[in-house]
Design a binder for this molecule. Structure first.
Ligand code: UGA
Length: 446
């Protein structure tokens, strides 16, 4: 089929590349010329495992094309996916400017019947507005159908998720159009759930809010475990083995980040407030997450009361492994808090250094070498559970750091392993490991 994609951010790019892989003819439109040129040369502006080989392959097969010219994309398209961003406004509501702009452009360019499929995360009722807008502004009697088709791709495993997702949601009031979209996805054999448009829009927000709730819930249990000398890892296995609860998203840590959970939880809380239903549970989930991101520096200060002038290594900048995305990453808050304490920060990440440099500048040292980050430092804060960090031998902390204190915000190391080393190790929801009293006193004196 001839398909256009409006917006080549993370969702648009993955969707375009994967649909091209299924044999469709895909034209992706984006306003940013540099991005479009880069993509046409077969290179991806974002780091996503497995994306670039599929991008190059489908461009060379002539099935995938990127342009800044909307006419080229929309004029004869049979399906148009809207995949533009819906960032959070200051008050938490979703900013729909890019969606409105895309709908305007689509209306001015279409020349035949078309299905508009919205993948952008939009508040309930938005797709109806998109349809009204396009119907009002289009230049002919073409039939436009709007479908809500939310995405559930995780950064870092988006290509896998596209082909192996748990479900495809098709929210539509038009059975014929809905059957066309179902057929589009048929080769990947993922169960399809058909709903009305508003329910599909809600499914996206409710899914992210529920997952965020699981994370804040386990982080609350972790905090109580710490006070009662229980171990959150064992508790999570125990509760997650109940199929009704499920074992996913029960990893305690320093909170969720990324471009989705923080934004979508706030937008849903706002959406609820707009219909006079204060979403108290979700408000608590958001508050717990904000608190969670401040835990590392708080815990560090309980051990080293003054961090001023001390070298501190922050291990991991990305909001999770497998991506160079640092949006709402706990590391942002950690670094800012460390800077307020006048600590000398050295930050390690295998791939997210340049994205962090764009955000926080060069006011501290970056390295892609863990040893260099740890050398002579007095505190190491683990913020991302990269494999490189999880596999990094604990004895090297003792060898490279001055009186090693580790705050492991992602529980990367097993307590059995930690106990073998003379390090002060504090993690989330697990008993702390202290070196001998003499060593602790020495570290406080230095
Ligand atoms: C999330 C959803 O998982 C996707 O289904 C959805 O499509 C996407 O948002 C979106 O709305 O576009 P993503 O933000 O890529 O995907 O990342 P997740 O893997 O869900 O992780 C989010 C955050 O939660 C990360 O900071 C991660 O470290 C944290 N997390 C996750 C935990 O702290 N504990 C866990 O047990 C799981």
């Amino acid at each position: 089929m001839r398909i256009a994609i409006a917006g080549v951010g993370y969702v648009g790019l993955v969707t375009g590349v994967c649909l091209a892989e299924l044999g469709h003819e895909i034209t992706c439109v984006d306003l940013q010329k540099d991005r479009v040129n880069l993509l046409n040369s077969g290179r991806s502006p974002i780091y996503e495992p497995g994306l670039e080989p599929l991008l190059t392959k489908n461009i060379s097969c002539g099935r995938l094309f990127f342009t800044t010219n909307p006419e080229k994309a929309y004029k004869h398209a049979e399906i148009i996916f809207i995949t533009v961003g819906t960032p959070a406004k200051e008050d938490g509501t979703a900013d729909l400017d890019q969606v409105t702009a895309a709908a305007d452009t689509i209306a001015s360019q279409i020349t035949n019947d078309v299905i508009i499929c919205t993948k952008s995360t939009v508040p309930v009722g938005t797709n109806e507005k998109i349809k009204q807008m396009i119907d009002k502004e289009k230049n002919g009697p073409f039939k436009t159908t709007v479908i809500s088709n939310p995405e559930f791709l995780r950064e870092g495993s988006a290509i896998f998720d596209f082909f192996h997702g748990d479900r495809i949601i098709i929210g539509s009031d038009n059975p014929e159009a809905s059957a066309t979209i179902e057929k589009l996805y048929a080769p990947i054999h993922i169960p399809v759930i058909k709903t009305d448009i508003r329910s599909a829009e809600m499914i996206k927000y409710a899914s992210n809010a529920f997952l965020a709730t699981k994370i804040s819930f386990i982080n609350e249990i972790a905090a109580i475990c710490e006070k009662l000398d229980a171990n959150i890892e064992e508790v999570a296995i125990g509760i997650g083995s109940d199929k009704r609860i499920g074992n996913h998203f029960l990893r305690a840590g320093i909170g969720y980040g990324g471009s989705c959970f923080p934004k979508d939880t706030k937008a849903l809380a706002q959406l609820a407030g707009n219909v006079q239903h204060p979403f108290e549970l979700l408000d608590a989930v958001i508050n717990v997450n904000n608190r969670q991101q401040s835990i590392p520096v708080k815990k560090a200060k309980e051990i080293i009361p003054s961090l001023a002038g001390k070298k501190v290594s922050v291990l991991g900048l990305a909001f999770k492994p497998g991506t160079d995305d640092i949006r709402e990453s706990p590391s942002l808050k950690i670094i800012k808090e460390l800077q307020q304490e006048k600590a000398i920060v050295t930050a390690y990440d295998p791939i997210a250094i340049s994205t962090m440099q764009k955000e926080l500048g060069n006011h501290f040292t970056y390295t892609n070498d863990i040893l260099e980050a740890l050398w002579d430092s007095e505190l190491a804060i683990i913020a991302t559970d990269w494999e490189q960090i999880k596999k990094f031998p604990l004895y090297l902390y003792s060898e490279y750091m001055k009186n090693p204190v580790i705050i492991d915000g992602r529980n990367c190391y097993s307590m059995d392993e930690v106990k073998k080393y003379p390090i002060h190790y504090v993690s989330i929801g697990r008993p702390s490991h202290m070196p001998t009293i003499v060593e602790v006193n020495q570290s406080l004196l230095l």
